[in-house]
Each structure stands twice: as C-alpha cells, then as structure tokens.
Design a protein around this ligand. Structure first.
Ligand SMILES: Nc1ncnc2c1ncn2[C@@H]1O[C@H](COP(=O)(O)OP(=O)(O)OP(=O)(O)O)[C@@H](O)[C@H]1O
Length: 269
C-alpha cells in the first residue's frame, strides 16, 4: 500500500493555482462546450429531441428537469459515453462529436459519476494517484505531489491513507471530484453529485464546487437538489421530454410557468 508522507506535502502545484485569466472575457472566444441540435434516439423514443446547449468559458451551468427529461442523456452525449444520432458538439471550437469519452477526457472534459466508483481496496491517496497516472500523465514524485495537492483541494487530506471503502458518502463524492480534477480539465460535468447527502454535507460539497467555479473551471451540473444548484450556477437549463424548455437566469427559469408545470407537476401553483 502506498502511504503518503503527509508532512512533506507542498501545495504550490499549478493544479490548484487559481487561473489568473479565469474571468477575463475574450472577445469572440468559442464556448467551452457547444452542442448543436443533438438527437439521441432509443428506438422510437427521442431522449434528446434537437437539444442545443452551451457553456461559456468559466461558466457554471445547471441542468434540471423532471425524471426522464433527458438530462443524463445530454450528459452522456457531452461526455462521449455514446454516439448521438445527429447534431454536433464542439469543445472550445474544436469538433468532438465523433470522439470517444477518453479522447474528450484527454482534451479537457472530465466528469463525475452519480454513483461513486472508487477502487475500494485502495487508499484515497492511491485512488487519486491512479487517476493522475492514467488520465493526467503524471509520474513519480510529481504525481505524488499533485495527488497530495488534489487531496488538500478537495478536503480529503486527513483521509489520505484510509481505504476508499471505509469513508462516508461525502468523502466518496469528494474523491469523485479529485479523480476528475486529476485529468486537469477545463470543463467538469457533475452528475447529481449532491444525491444522498445530508444538508450539512451539502454545505461542504457546495463550498468545494464553488471553489472550482471561482478558480475558473467551466461547470455543467445536473442536480435534483435545486437549492444546492442555485448556490453555484449562474445559468440554468430546464429540460423536459427531451427538449430544452427554458434557459437563462436561474430565478427567471424557475419562475417560468412552463418550467414550474413540468418540473413540479400539476400542483406547481
Ligand atoms: N439506454 C436506454 N435505453 C432506452 N431508453 C433510455 C435509455 N436511457 C435513457 N432512456 C430513456 O430516455 C429518456 C431520458 O432519460 P434520461 O435518463 O436522460 O432522463 P433524466 O432527465 O436524466 O432522468 P432522471 O432525472 O430520472 O435521471 C427516458 O424516457 C429514459 O427512459
């Protein structure tokens, strides 16, 4: 078992350094992610029915909608989990529609999974180290230093030498984030990462995600826990029946009668 020498950790690694240019508007810069008229069919069902979506550089966008709206399908399409039937996706102006999930990951799109999938027999530190070596291309002492830095950034340092199978749900979610960050993404896709957490745990998770946003990472976050989402995102997309129902300012989107009806059901009023 690889043990981390906790007291030898240096934290000046660029992985955590706030991007100095994070909030500088670049005229005519392409969006971080741009999806144009995506269609994804499952038999006769259109899970995505001509969905267009975009996230600007450094933006935090939330995606909401009732069960079956197509949120997870949109996520899978953006991450490259499966091919779409038609439409196109660009990452920072580069066409990525035909690329695999791994290729997109190497380009700078990372994701977390709804159900954390760590190597449970490995320590938290080893899990991050594996992600760094596999996805981040780091080796040796550099990888160890970067792993330590990612653990600190995600609040996991005190648990560095604890097996992943022995930590609680919040720490598993933090590990999901750390593993995603190991590939040094520009865009991170968060898949219902708040699910199952207590309110107190949510506060800690929100602080972590806000920190990522403030450091300039582009965030796309699907979440059913609306109040958590609204503490981070500056733009909201509401989907229903495979389509985008409304998008824009979060408060305005949630006040939209069509959204209230679709999202909260018939008793929305
Ligand atoms: N692999 C699949 N095969 C067949 N149908 C699917 C598949 N994946 C999703 N669907 C269908 O596509 C539609 C959209 O599903 P999706 O999971 O994207 O919705 P969602 O908005 O993420 O819902 P939830 O909030 O419940 O996760 C649903 O009707 C679902 O049953």
């Amino acid at each position: 078992m690889t043990m981390i020498p906790i007291d030898s950790i240096q934290t000046a690694d660029p992985v955590s350094a706030p991007r100095q240019d994070a909030r500088v508007a670049i005229p005519h810069a392409p969006p971080a992610l741009l999806a144009d008229h995506l269609v994804k069919r499952y038999g006769s069902l259109k899970a995505l029915d001509s969905v267009s979506f975009q996230a600007s550089e450094g933006e935090a966008v939330g995606v909401v909608g009732p069960n079956g709206a197509g949120k997870t399908t949109l996520f899978g399409a953006l991450a490259g989990t499966f091919p779409v039937n038609s439409g196109s996706i660009q990452f920072r102006g580069t066409e990525i529609t035909g690329m695999s999930a791994q290729e997109r990951n190497m380009m700078g799109i990372a994701r977390t999974y709804q159900v954390p999938r760590p190597f449970r027999g490995m320590t938290i530190f080893e899990n991050v180290l594996v992600a760094l070596r596999a996805g981040g291309g780091a080796e040796g002492a550099v990888a160890v230093e970067q792993a330590a830095e990612l653990l600190e950034r995600t609040g996991l340092l005190p648990l560095a030498n604890t097996p992943a199978g022995a930590v609680g749900l919040l720490d598993l979610k933090r590990l999901e984030v750390a593993r995603a960050l190991a590939t040094r993404p520009q865009v991170i896709l968060l898949d219902e990462i708040g699910g199952g957490l207590t309110e107190a745990e949510l506060v800690k998770l929100i602080a972590l995600i806000r920190g990522l946003s403030e450091a300039g990472l582009t965030i796309v976050w699907i979440e059913h826990i609306l109040h958590a989402l609204l503490k981070v995102v500056t733009r909201l997309v509401c989907m229903a029946e495979g389509r985008v129902l409304a998008e824009g300012d979060p408060q305005e989107v949630m006040a939209d009668p069509a959204v209230r009806s679709a999202y909260f059901g018939a008793d929305a009023e």
